[in-house]
Design a protein around this ligand. Sequence first.
Ligand SMILES: O=P(O)(O)O[C@@H]1[C@@H](OP(=O)(O)O)[C@H](OP(=O)(O)O)[C@H](O)[C@H](OP(=O)(O)O)[C@H]1OP(=O)(O)O
Ligand SMILES: Nc1ncnc2c1ncn2[C@@H]1O[C@H](COP(=O)(O)OP(=O)(O)OP(=O)(O)O)[C@@H](O)[C@H]1O
Length: 229
Amino acid sequence: MQRWGWGPARSSQRSMMINTLDLQSTELVYVAEGNANIVLKLTKLKQVLRLPKLEKSKGGGDHELFCYLHRSVKYISILADMCGHEFIFLPRIVKIPEDEAKRINEFITNFRPVNRLGKEFNGKYAMLMQDATAGSTSEPIYSVEIKPKQGWIFDNTIDHIFRLQGVKRCRYCCMQYLKMKMEKISSRSKYCPMDLFSGNVNRMRKAIEAILYEPQNNLRIFKNWKSCI
Ligand SMILES: O=P(O)(O)O[C@@H]1[C@@H](OP(=O)(O)O)[C@H](OP(=O)(O)O)[C@H](O)[C@H](OP(=O)(O)O)[C@H]1OP(=O)(O)O
Ligand SMILES: Nc1ncnc2c1ncn2[C@@H]1O[C@H](COP(=O)(O)OP(=O)(O)OP(=O)(O)O)[C@@H](O)[C@H]1O
């Protein structure tokens, strides 16, 4: 996937109104992160701030970051048009005040997984969007997050890579062998995205059962905003 530090700068921020986020009066709580973004909760606003991150030594240009976020927002809005706006939160690009990046990085360091500390937020822009784990009732809210992975098999040109012991497998299943070899996981999951996306109820059920049995990083369940799995 394209990184904001590398992308060609095509669109201009002059055509959009970008507000600066006032973080002084807002309580920030570290939620989680993946390989590319750190997500913080703005508790009072029921919103989250998605901060793109880069390797500490690499400074990304602010204009490139803005263009990357702008493209992402466009992409998400096309998805929302296709899938329904009730299913997808449209993010907004916000400006992070000068010198706040340093303060944010310092504040969240202790909450971050040690293996993710090589990257940090060091740009001027972030995405603000609705907190998917927040609701308006006083009852506990459970949120389920699935990272389903690629649900199709590549075309013939490279499919020899995805043959193991003569059997054609999907990318996720092959990556399980690699992750075992690299000691990232201790056992192979029986989950397969080809089952989840098959449209066959039995195979879909098998996929859900497998992901519940061995969640790895493909399943998270939150009670309110606290992760239970
Ligand atoms: O390549 P994969 O299948 O290992 O997926 C990467 C993910 O690894 P996973 O296997 O899900 O643990 C990886 O996730 P983790 O860092 O392992 O949590 C990222 O999602 C990565 O995305 P990006 O390149 O940072 O946008 C993912 O890379 P892309 O496939 O999006 O390039
Ligand atoms: N709108 C949201 N509301 C609540 N939690 C969220 C929201 N967006 C993201 N998160 C949490 O933050 C985590 C990291 O966010 P995200 O998936 O955007 O990071 P990422 O670095 O792009 O991930 P990856 O590189 O693995 O694809 C998510 O797995 C989810 O638990």
